[in-house]
Design a protein around this ligand. Structure first.
Ligand SMILES: Nc1ncnc2c1ncn2[C@@H]1O[C@H](COP(=O)(O)OP(=O)(O)O)[C@@H](O)[C@H]1O
Ligand SMILES: [Mg+2]
Length: 236
């Protein structure tokens, strides 16, 4: 019998996902299912392997064992570029390149031969509450604005899954809350699935119902956020 709720589709699954480098197992046999529309928080001590785990999911790194499945399809069936469009990533730093906001949004789609129209750019900017920012030079953006451009750039690819690696860790509290609110709206509107690493317990509680706890590369808890945080507190 399946334990899944009826009508909720598993979008992302990892099976025994493992990455070993000489002398160290960074990610150790993580098996996980995430359903459509779900935001899963990932918590755990610094150096536990949270970023290493996310990097495996969109093939920034290769697993040494196990696999990743998108809608049940083994992820190597997708070309790496297609996979990275379906599985978008947002990190602690926005990594924008010099130029305007529009330049940054247009770059990725142009790589695969798609021109973003000015109205599509404006639509993406509206989604991240940066209407009218298209011509702005990125050197004039605040940290929170730069992160929202980074999010819009990811959304330009129409992803199905978002991997968020401490996306608010370098922001002040106000900008952090803005990003949280935005993410909640965008996930709900597009029924996106997201995995978000956070080292902030209060944030985990605000954004997610379910959390996994990773310690020393292993998944050691999967369940309610509060229980994951409690389990984490017993580790430290
Ligand atoms: N390419 C690498 N080579 C060697 N060690 C690495 C590499 N990437 C990560 N590590 C180590 O793997 C462990 C997990 O790192 P990371 O996934 O960044 O942890 P977290 O995101 O949970 O803080 C750390 O001990 C880190 O130093
Ligand atoms: Mg990390």
């Amino acid at each position: 019998m399946s334990a899944e709720l009826p009508g909720r589709e598993t979008v992302l699954e990892t099976k025994n996902l493992t990455r070993e480098i000489p002398g160290k197992v960074l990610v150790n046999g993580i098996s996980l299912r995430v359903e459509q529309g779900e935001l899963l928080a990932i918590v755990g001590p610094s150096g536990a392997g949270k970023s290493s785990f996310l990097r495996l999911i969109n093939r920034l790194d290769e697993p040494t064992a196990g696999g990743v499945y998108l809608h049940g399809r083994e992820y190597r069936e997708f070309a790496p570029r297609e996979l990275r469009r379906k599985v978008g990533m947002m990190m602690q730093s926005a990594y924008l390149f010099p130029g305007t906001v529009a330049d940054n949004l247009s770059f990725g789609p142009r790589q695969h031969g798609e021109l973003l129209s000015p109205s599509r750019i404006e639509e993406l900017l509206e989604q991240v509450r940066l209407a009218g920012f298209s011509g702005r030079d990125i050197s004039n953006l605040s940290g929170g604005e730069a992160q929202r451009v980074s999010l819009a750039r990811t959304l330009a690819n129409k992803p199905e899954v978002l991997l968020l690696d401490e996306p608010t860790a370098s922001l002040d509290e106000r900008a952090e809350r803005e990003i949280e609110t935005l993410l909640a709206c965008i996930l709900a509107e597009h029924r996106l699935t997201a995995l978000m690493v956070t080292h902030d317990s209060a944030q985990a509680v605000r954004i997610a119902n379910r959390a996994i706890l990773i310690d020393a590369g292993r998944l050691v808890f999967d369940g309610k956020v509060q229980e994951a945080l409690h389990a984490q507190s017993t580790l430290e």
